[in-house]
Design a protein around this ligand. Structure first.
Ligand code: 4NP
Length: 159
């Protein structure tokens, strides 16, 4: 019998900057480690404001400069995702509050963790929102997410 995949949902506010990149970087680490058959990833936003949109052009450009190309269509995080995913990885405290406000179920709440819990160079616990800043903010987010998603996969591989 094939083992069911471990399902990870990455969540930010708009689902066009941080969480789509987190998903793409996590999938890259998963593929590089030959673990595609064991892990599934997706991403969503707590706001439905950008539903159906591609990732932000600045996120895509920065990722391209780092050699990463990915496709995306934004969607909103829903109550169903708590049942469908094993782990809900949020970018900041506000995302955590927003997803938790959708459910009073403690098992749901226990699935919610901050992305930077797995950052090997912890200079803060939140992945900063790059939306209002310049290109250096997008590069900062890329480096944080690259380290954090690698750290997450390392922990999952050790289980
Ligand atoms: P994200 O960034 O949550 O990382 O996707 C943002 C995207 C859009 C907005 C804010 C943050 N916005 O205000 O539309």
């Amino acid at each position: 019998m094939t083992q069911p995949k471990y399902k990870v949902m990455f969540v930010c506010l708009g689902n066009i900057c941080r969480s789509p990149l987190a998903k793409a970087l996590f999938e890259k680490h998963v593929k590089d480690n030959g673990l595609d058959h064991l892990v599934h990833a997706d991403s969503a936003g707590t706001s439905g404001h950008h539903t159906g949109e591609n990732a932000d052009s600045r996120t895509l450009q920065n990722a391209r400069e780092n050699g990463l190309i990915f496709k995306h269509s934004a969607k909103k995080f829903t109550l169903d995702h708590f049942e469908q995913f094993d782990l809900i990885v949020v970018m900041d405290d506000s995302n955590a509050q927003n997803v938790k406000s959708l459910s009073t179920n403690t098992q749901h709440h226990e699935k919610v963790h901050l992305m930077r819990k797995w950052d090997s160079q912890q200079t803060g616990m939140e992945v900063p929102d790059p939306w209002y800043g310049g290109p250096e903010g997008f590069e900062d987010v890329y480096q944080i997410l690259n380290r954090s998603t690698a750290g997450l996969l390392r922990e999952l591989s050790l289980r």
